[in-house]
Design a protein around this ligand. Structure first.
Ligand SMILES: *Cc1c(COP(=O)(O)O)cnc(C)c1O
Length: 365
C-alpha cells in the first residue's frame, strides 16, 4: 500500500483552474481586491448566508485583525484545546488569554466553567468549534449578553457546518474561517471573517491593507493580509465541489464508524444532534482499555505508511513560547484529551479499502 497522509488538499479540475486564471494575463491585476476577490466574497456570502464577509490571506490574520478591529483590551476567555493560532492571535493583540476547560464529549469550551473566569478585565470570549463540532452557541450568547462581552468564534474547522439549519458563521459578533490547503475547503491559503456590524466592514478592509483609508490617509496601524487573485480563483473553483466533498467525507466517516464504533478503548467524537457536520477530521480518543496508548498507535500506523496526527497536541496553555507569562489555568480535561487524541486520515478521495486497511492496522495488537 502507498503512504496515506492525514489529509489531501481539495483541487478542482486542472483545466478549469487554468481557464479561469487566463484573464489575469490580460489585466495584470493580481491582488489588491481584484475582480475574482470580489466575486469570491459575494459567493461565499451566499454559501455561508452571511450578512457581511471579509477575505484574508489566511485564517490567522483574519482572526488577528478582527480582534484588532474590535479594539479589545484586557482578558479573553478561550480554550487551550486548539491550534496555536487562536492563542497567538490573542497574545499578539496585547490581550491576556484566560484558559477555560473543555467538554468531555465534544471537546469544545465548557460553558459551565466560563462564568467563574470572568473578571472586571474580561472583554471577550473566543471559543473554538472543534473538528466540525460547534460550541454551545446558545449558552455562550446568554453569558456574553449578561456580562456585555464580545464573542469571536474560531470557526476554522466549521466551514459548511450548520446548527439548526443556521450556518456556523452566524453566531457571536464575528467568526473566523480558515481556507488553508488542509481544511475542508481551501483557497490554497486564505481565510475570512463573517460578521454583521457595518463599522467592522470598513475597518477590516483598511486593516488588511496597511490601514490605508485613501491614498494619503493612513488611519490605522494595519497589516498586509489581502487575498490574491490566484487564491480567489482556487476558492471559486473549489466552492463548486464543496457539497460533493462533504458528502464524500461523510462516507469516509461512516466507514470508520463501522469498524471502530464498538471497539473497547476507542472513543469516537460525539456529533451533536441538530447539527450538520462537515466531517473535517476523524478524531479517536485512545483510552486505557485499548491496551496501547495514543503514541503507540501513532507509531504503529506510521510504520505502515499511515500518517495520523496528534491534533491538538500540545494544548496551548502549555506552549513553551509563553513561558510563565500567563496563568495556565486548570484544564485537566483538555490535557487528557490532547494526550490521548489521534486524528485519522480523512479526505473525499479516501477509498473504502484504504479505510479498511487503516482500521485493520489500528486494531492489530
Ligand atoms: C487552521 C486553523 C487556524 C489558522 O488558519 P490558517 O488559515 O492556517 O492561518 C486557526 N485556528 C484553528 C482551530 C485552525 O484549525
Amino acid at each position: 500500500m502507498k503512504n496515506i497522509l492525514v489529509t489531501k488538499a481539495l483541487l478542482p479540475p486542472y483545466e478549469e483552474y487554468c481557464e479561469m486564471i487566463k484573464p489575469l494575463w490580460e489585466s495584470h491585476w493580481l491582488t489588491n481586491m481584484g475582480e475574482y476577490h470580489q466575486q469570491l466574497e459575494k459567493e461565499l456570502k451566499k454559501y455561508l448566508q452571511a450578512e457581511r464577509l471579509s477575505l484574508f490571506c489566511n485564517g490567522h490574520m483574519a482572526l488577528e485583525l478582527v480582534l484588532q478591529a474590535m479594539g479589545l483590551e484586557g482578558e479573553v476567555i478561550t480554550t487551550p484545546f486548539t491550534f496555536v493560532s487562536t492563542t497567538h492571535a490573542i497574545v499578539r493583540n496585547g490581550l491576556t488569554p484566560v484558559f477555560c476547560d473543555i467538554e468531555k464529549d465534544t471537546y469544545t469550551i465548557d460553558v459551565d466553567k466560563i462564568e467563574e473566569l470572568i473578571t472586571d478585565k474580561t472583554c471577550a470570549i473566543l471559543p473554538v468549534h472543534v473538528y466540525g463540532n460547534m460550541c454551545n452557541v446558545e449558552k455562550i450568547e446568554e453569558i456574553a449578553k449578561k456580562h456585555h462581552l464580545k464573542v469571536i468564534y474560531d470557526a476554522a474547522h466549521a466551514f459548511g457546518v450548520t446548527y439548526k439549519g443556521n450556518p456556523a458563521g452566524n453566531f457571536g459578533d464575528a467568526s473566523m474561517f480558515s481556507f488553508h490547503a488542509t481544511k475542508v475547503y481551501n483557497t490554497i491559503e486564505g481565510g475570512a471573517v463573517v460578521f454583521s456590524d457595518k463599522e467592522l466592514e470598513e475597518k477590516l478592509y483598511w486593516l488588511k491593507n496597511f490601514g490605508i483609508e485613501s491614498e494619503e490617509d493612513i488611519t490605522y496601524i494595519g497589516s498586509n493580509a489581502k487575498m490574491n487573485e490566484f487564491a480567489a480563483v482556487m476558492g471559486l473553483c473549489n466552492l463548486k465541489q464543496i457539497e460533493w466533498a462533504i458528502k464524500e467525507r461523510k462516507r469516509v466517516y461512516e466507514q470508520y464508524r463501522k469498524y471502530l464504533e464498538n471497539v473497547s478503548g476507542i472513543k469516537l467524537c460525539h456529533v451533536k444532534k441538530e447539527q450538520e457536520s462537515n466531517y473535517s477530521y476523524m478524531p479517536i480518543l485512545v483510552e486505557k482499555e485499548f491496551g496501547q496508548d495514543r503514541n503507540q498507535v501513532y507509531d504503529k500506523l506510521k510504520e505502515k505508511g499511515i500518517f495520523a496526527r496528534k491534533y491538538f497536541y500540545p494544548i496551548t496553555n502549555k506552549l513553551e513560547c509563553y513561558g510563565m507569562k500567563f496563568n495556565r489555568g486548570n484544564t485537566p480535561i483538555a490535557e487528557y484529551v490532547s494526550e490521548n487524541i489521534l486524528t485519522l486520515p480523512i479526505e473525499p478521495l479516501l477509498q473504502n479499502d484504504e479505510i479498511e486497511w487503516i482500521c485493520k492496522t489500528l486494531l492489530e495488537r
